[in-house]
Design a protein around this ligand. Structure first.
Ligand SMILES: CC(C)(COP(=O)(O)OP(=O)(O)OC[C@H]1O[C@@H](n2cnc3c(N)ncnc32)[C@H](O)[C@@H]1OP(=O)(O)O)[C@@H](O)C(=O)NCCC(=O)NCCS
Length: 154
């Protein structure tokens, strides 16, 4: 198992993984298609941000993106490939992202949560602090983790 920086050349592969991952939840196909159209996960995005890929046996199983913004860091992506959800990879990626944020000097990690993933994030120590309108036309919970309480990197 290795967590390594993403390469710009794999942006398309990672975007496809994110769409498969989103489709794990019981959404209608039209919603997943709209999500895919709005995703905008390009090589430029990978090149400009802190994107990390989790590999197992040289196969990509998930990725995360952390936006370093001073005291409050943003977790912008957390995706585990649909075929391997529920095997501990999400925890590894989340703990690594929290460690990146902490190493960057942040005090808190914040993210807009997929509603079906709230239970996972609560398990990671996060709590809902508010709600925000999303581009897909529904409110999303905003969640936050105080990094001094976060567990050590996986
Ligand atoms: C959310 C996601 C990243 C979690 O990754 P995962 O690999 O399935 O999670 P893990 O197997 O590491 O689970 C870690 C813990 O969280 C719990 N957990 C996982 N998903 C959960 C859920 N939806 N609700 C409640 N608890 C959950 C697990 O039971 C496990 O608990 P444990 O510590 O007692 O063993 C993954 O389900 C995913 O990629 N989903 C689709 C995309 C998505 O919604 N991403 C989030 C965008 S904001």
């Amino acid at each position: 198992m290795v967590i390594r920086p993403a390469r710009t050349a794999e942006a398309g592969e990672l975007a496809a993984l994110a769409v498969r991952s989103k489709a794990h939840w019981p959404y209608p196909p039209a919603f997943v298609a709209q999500f895919a159209r709005n995703l905008g996960f390009t090589a430029d995005v990978v090149g400009a941000n802190d994107v990390w890929v989790l590999e197992r046996d040289r196969a990509t199983v998930g990725f995360s993106t952390v936006l370093h913004r001073g005291a409050v860091c943003v977790l912008d992506d957390l995706w585990v490939d649909a075929a391997v959800i529920g095997r501990g990879y999400g925890r590894l990626l989340f703990e690594h992202a929290a460690a990146r944020a902490r190493a960057g000097g942040a005090r808190d990690l914040e993210w807009e949560a997929e509603p079906y993933a709230v239970g996972f994030y609560e398990r990671m120590g996060g709590a809902i602090t508010g709600w925000v309108d999303s581009p897909l036309g529904r409110p999303l919970p905003v969640m936050r983790l105080a990094l001094d309480r976060a567990s050590a990197p996986g």
